[in-house]
Structures are given as C-alpha cells and as structure tokens.
Design a binder for this molecule. Structure first.
Ligand SMILES: CC(C)(COP(=O)(O)OP(=O)(O)OC[C@H]1O[C@@H](n2cnc3c(N)ncnc32)[C@H](O)[C@@H]1OP(=O)(O)O)[C@@H](O)C(=O)NCCC(=O)NCCS
Length: 202
C-alpha cells in the first residue's frame, strides 16, 4: 500500500466524522409504484391487472419456463419446448386497434412476475374476436381465469363486437368448465380432431 493511501486509511479509522456528516439522512431508494388495478385472488394474494407492455417480454419468457408441457399444449394447442424470441416479441408488442392483452402482475417479488395473461385478437371482417387465456399453476382455482375472461368479454362489448370465441382441447376440462359458467357454448365442431370451438354471443 502506498504511504498516501496508508495515511488516508488511518485518518478515516481514527478521525471522527465531521458533525455535518454524522447526521446525514439515509438516501431514499425509489421503489416503482405498481401500475394497474389491484385485484385479489380467492386466497387473498394480490396482483395488478394492466395491459401488456413491450417491457413484459422477459417476464413472459420467465412465466413460460414455469409452465408444464400440458399447460403449454392447452394454451397454444401444440407442444413447444421454449417460447421463441420472435413470438415473445410479437405477444408483447400488440396492435391496440386489433388486440387487447391483459396481464396479472405479481409485485410482491423482484423482478415482478407475470401470473396470468388473457388476450383477444379481433377479426374486423367477421366482427368477432378470438381469445386465449392462461393462469400459471400456482395461481389456478383462485378466480383469476374467470376474471381475465370477464375483462376480455367486457372489452369485446366495448369494441362493439358480436362474438368472442376460442379453440379449446376437448380434454381441457378446467377451461370448458370455466367457459360454461360464463355462458359460452360450443359453436360447431371444427376439423381439428380433439378440439372444440366455444363462443359467446355478445
Ligand atoms: C383454464 C385456466 C385458464 C383456468 O384458470 P383458473 O384461474 O384456474 O380459473 P378460475 O379459478 O377462475 O376458475 C373458474 C371456474 O372454472 C372452473 N374450473 C377451473 N379450474 C378447474 C378445474 N381444474 N377443474 C374443474 N373446474 C375448474 C370452476 O368452475 C371454477 O370455479 P370454482 O373454482 O368456483 O369452482 C387455467 O387452468 C390455465 O391457464 N390452463 C392452461 C392454459 C389453458 O388451458 N388455457 C385455455 C385455452 S386458451
């Protein structure tokens, strides 16, 4: 150690702080206020509902990594090992004229995690919209899937659409149950085997 540094160290160790340094206020660390509407799961846990944003891409990818192969197949109607960057980008950069995507953010952890997503894609020529919804396993049976679906239905009504519809795997009892409770009916049997098309007239 150079004599100069040695001198400085010994000075800091021995000389008491000046009076104006002794009462320095702790620096305030700014914590971002959660954005969106606070909603509660049945068990009391809180999440924030808001529209998806381009910055959600990393959270979307982390959520995908927490899903089971079954959840992924039920949501995307086919298997996928990982969420390709191009798709993650596409799902977070929406065109508000044709799409709505709500996310449920868990702000109790850092970084904030995305626990649910519900989205619609509008078909202007048919005046209807296709939906998809996903709640990650640790958060299911808490009323969140129903909440997202209800918000999507409300959004379709606001847009003046006549119908909201989606494909659901026949084995997907939870989703068929949920949609039945919300008044959805099976519209017709599509060509896709193992899949049904459910819809709600608005
Ligand atoms: C389907 C899914 C969205 C349901 O979400 P959720 O948050 O668990 O749904 P809710 O808690 O709002 O459930 C609402 C109602 O749906 C029905 N339901 C939900 N999960 C169910 C299950 N596992 N078994 C039977 N009924 C179920 C129940 O009637 C429930 O009401 P209740 O809990 O008062 O009995 C969720 O399981 C999921 O994301 N699955 C993987 C992706 C997927 O299948 N997406 C749908 C195709 S786009």
């Amino acid at each position: 150690m150079s004599p100069a540094i040695d001198y400085l160290n010994s000075r800091h160790a021995l000389v008491p702080a000046r009076s104006n340094e002794r009462f320095v206020r702790p620096r305030l660390v700014e914590v971002a206020k959660p954005r969106g509407e606070r909603v509660q799961a049945h068990d009391g846990r809180e999440l924030y509902l808001r529209g998806i944003e381009p910055d959600d891409v990393a959270a979307l990818k982390r959520q995908f990594a927490r899903l089971s192969p079954e959840d992924i197949r039920r949501r995307f109607l086919h298997s996928m090992g990982e969420l390709p960057d191009s798709l993650a980008y596409r799902l977070t950069h929406i065109d508000p004229a044709l799409e709505t995507a709500y996310v449920l953010m868990d702000e109790t952890v850092r970084p904030a995690e995305l626990r649910g997503v519900g989205r619609i894609f509008v078909d202007r020529s048919a005046n209807n919209a296709e939906f998809s919804v996903l709640v990650e396993p640790e958060w299911t049976r808490q009323g969140l899937g129903a909440l997202l679906m209800q918000r999507l239905v409300d959004d379709c009504r606001r847009r003046g659409l006549s119908e909201i519809w989606g494909y659901v795997l026949l084995e997907n009892r939870p989703m068929l149950h949920l949609c039945k409770e919300l008044g959805f009916v099976r519209r017709l049997s599509p060509d896709e085997p193992g899949t049904t098309l459910i819809s709600l007239q608005l």
